[in-house]
Design a protein around this ligand. Structure first.
Ligand code: FAD
Length: 566
């Protein structure tokens, strides 16, 4: 093989610091080096990526591109507007590529995509180098050391992880980046006549390939929200490696916070600043390396003179949870993110918002709710109009800002599933997928399963009250007043139960508690959509029955539908 001509494919690692894959690519000493990001249709055209997450991604790409250019004026992050599966086979030929390098991604869809790309590379004689760097330990290796089983508890991660080895120390960012080769996109000549599909494509696009792939200005720039046709993002949380590293520096500078962090003691009602690190979207996009995060924290803990907290509640413990969900997904693949075919997810006959399923009644007895009622509850939950201010404030924060505290996620997830509406966790996970800026397939599905007591956690009788729980953290209701402005002047003693406020108090606060919560309206806040205590008891009863029946997502009775005959 001649001098290496390398494509570095950025995906889950939008950073220069601590990237084992980038280091491997640069170690090849390339004569030409193209740092690229491809237009992945799974991401670009899927409906469930809200504008806040798009903005965060573009921020990360812009920041990375600038950092590359700082190291080499001729280079940047080249945004190629075509799917990797179709783009790479063409690039391999016209750019005379010898190596393709990228960070390992164990998401179910990513594995399929990468297998297609790898096959095309092999056919083109291109060597593919893949390095793990997204998790503390390589998720496949974690599963292997967990007796080839999905990691379903922290103790399994704590036992399997060290058998792989020590968590790697971070690698510094490279000081220089090699020149890119020429960016030719004259694909037509490269394709064999015998491929009718391709010929169609190349003839119709012809010399427009360049324009199509390089963007409106023909410069492979990071797209703007305008180019993508999106409205302005509403979140103030911004992406990029530079911001992520500054945020981490600030956290680490506070030794006491870093060393004594205990997740259950952080307030879900805190805002500006929030009580936890808010580094999750940076870990998701790879603008912060998880190894960098881990070791910066661990070094503080090791040198701390006081009593440091320990996993699972400590900061490094939080990263173990992340690895646990990645390990579960790596082992179970697509089925991890749904109930059906999922051998580890309990089957619960939830109320079905989308279609009437009379047979549900057979399992849940008198607690069956028809589809129209369930759909209304679901919509009111999604748009923060349940009439329970704590739930509504959280859901509005999520929609506006793309992030809520972990215990806030607990509260709304429990309320939608086993602690209120009795609606499937999969509906809730879809909303989170759309609105979270840190949406991570494995963590989202896994945590929803945890909260709905369908996997990981089974204490379904422990429900979050939308009244008593927030009172513990925020007696004055500052959090609610911020996100539910209709209630901003209401006396704090009614803030979590505004329906109890006498008319005179409602008038004084300029709000009326009335209506069915169809939309947000100035001066009007809805009545609660149900009696919480009644619903909690109904849910617990339903869960008890479902646990007794004991079906899982891969049970033949669930798969062929005969469970309905129970
Ligand atoms: P910190 O408390 O500062 O923790 C540091 C890091 O540890 C986080 O950035 C995150 O990467 C990781 N972490 C912490 N808790 C968890 C956890 N329970 N599971 C996995 N990783 C964790 N997290 C996501 O990253 N993406 C998701 O899509 C996601 N969906 C969730 C859905 C539900 C229903 C629930 C209950 C939790 C979900 N979480 C998800 C986990 C957790 O709520 C967030 O990671 C955390 O709140 C992010 O805030 P932070 O960065 O301030 O966390």
């Amino acid at each position: 093989m001649g001098n290496p001509r390398v494509i570095y494919w950025f995906r889950t690692d939008l950073r220069l610091h601590d990237s084992p894959a980038l280091e491997a690519a640069l170690d090849l000493n390339p004569e030409a080096f193209w740092p690229i990001w491809t237009w992945d249709p799974q991401y670009v055209y899927r409906a469930r990526v809200g504008t806040n997450r798009w903005q965060f991604l573009l921020d990360c790409q812009n920041d990375l591109s600038k950092s590359i250019t700082k190291r080499n004026k001729k280079s940047k992050l080249f945004l190629m507007r075509e799917a990797p599966q179709t783009l790479f086979p063409k690039l391999f030929k016209v750019w005379e590529i010898t190596h393709l390098v990228f960070e390992k991604d164990t998401d179910a869809y990513a594995r399929d995509r990468d297998a297609t790309v790898k096959k095309a590379a092999e056919e083109a004689g291109v060597e593919v180098i893949i390095k793990s760097g997204r998790t503390l330990w390589d998720s496949d290796a974690l599963v292997k050391k967990n007796h080839e089983k999905p990691t379903m508890s922290i103790s399994q991660v704590q036992s399997a992880g060290p058998k792989i080895g020590r968590i790697p120390r971070p690698i510094p960012a490279p000081e220089s980046i090699p020149d890119p080769g020429e960016i030719k996109l004259d694909f037509e000549q490269q394709q064999p006549e015998s491929d009718p599909d391709f010929n169609n494509d190349s003839r119709s696009h012809g010399d427009k390939s360049y324009e199509r792939i390089s963007g409106p200005n023909g410069d492979f720039a990071v797209p703007t929200m305008e180019e993508l046709g999106f409205p302005t993002a509403t979140s103030s949380h911004r992406g990029g490696e530079s911001i992520a590293l500054k945020m981490l520096d600030k956290i680490i500078a506070d030794e006491k916070y870093t060393a004594t962090f205990e997740k259950p003691n952080t307030a879900p009602t805190a805002f500006e600043p929030q009580a936890t690190t808010l580094l999750s979207p940076h870990l998701h996009f790879g603008s912060l390396s998880v190894h960098e995060f881990y070791w910066r924290v661990q070094d503080v803990v090791d040198n701390y003179s006081g009593k440091a907290s320990q996993p699972p509640v400590s900061l490094t413990g939080q990263l173990l949870f992340r690895d646990m969900y990645f390990g579960a997904q790596a082992a179970l693949g697509y089925s991890f993110c749904q109930t059906l075919y999922n051998s580890h997810c309990r089957f619960i006959p939830w109320h079905l918002p989308s279609k009437v399923d009379h047979t549900t009644r057979l399992v849940t007895g008198e607690y069956h709710i028809d589809s129209a009622q369930a759909e209304e509850w679901f919509q009111r939950w999604k748009y923060g109009l349940t009439g329970f201010p704590w739930i509504d404030a959280l859901m509005r924060q999520l929609r506006r800002e793309g992030w809520i505290h972990h215990l806030g996620r607990h509260a709304v997830a429990c309320f939608l599933t086993r602690g209120g509406c009795y609606i499937s966790w999969e509906r809730g996970a879809e909303v989170f997928e759309e609105w979270l800026i840190d949406h991570e397939t494995a963590c989202n599905a896994g945590n929803w399963q945890w909260l709905s007591c369908t996997a990981f956690f089974a204490q379904f009788y422990r429900c979050y009250s939308p009244i008593a729980f927030p009172k513990k953290w925020d007696k004055d209701g500052k959090f609610v007043k911020r996100y539910v402005p209709e209630l901003k002047d209401l006396d704090a003693k009614y803030i979590y139960e505004p329906w109890k406020a006498p008319i005179a108090d409602q008038k004084k606060a300029g709000v009326r508690i009335q209506g069915e919560g169809k939309e947000e309206q100035e001066g009007i806040y809805p009545k609660p959509m149900f009696d919480f205590n009644e619903r909690r008891d109904a849910c617990i009863d339903g869960m008890k029955k479902a646990y007794k029946v004991g079906l899982y997502g891969d049970d033949p009775k669930v798969i062929d539908g005969t469970w309905r005959k129970l």
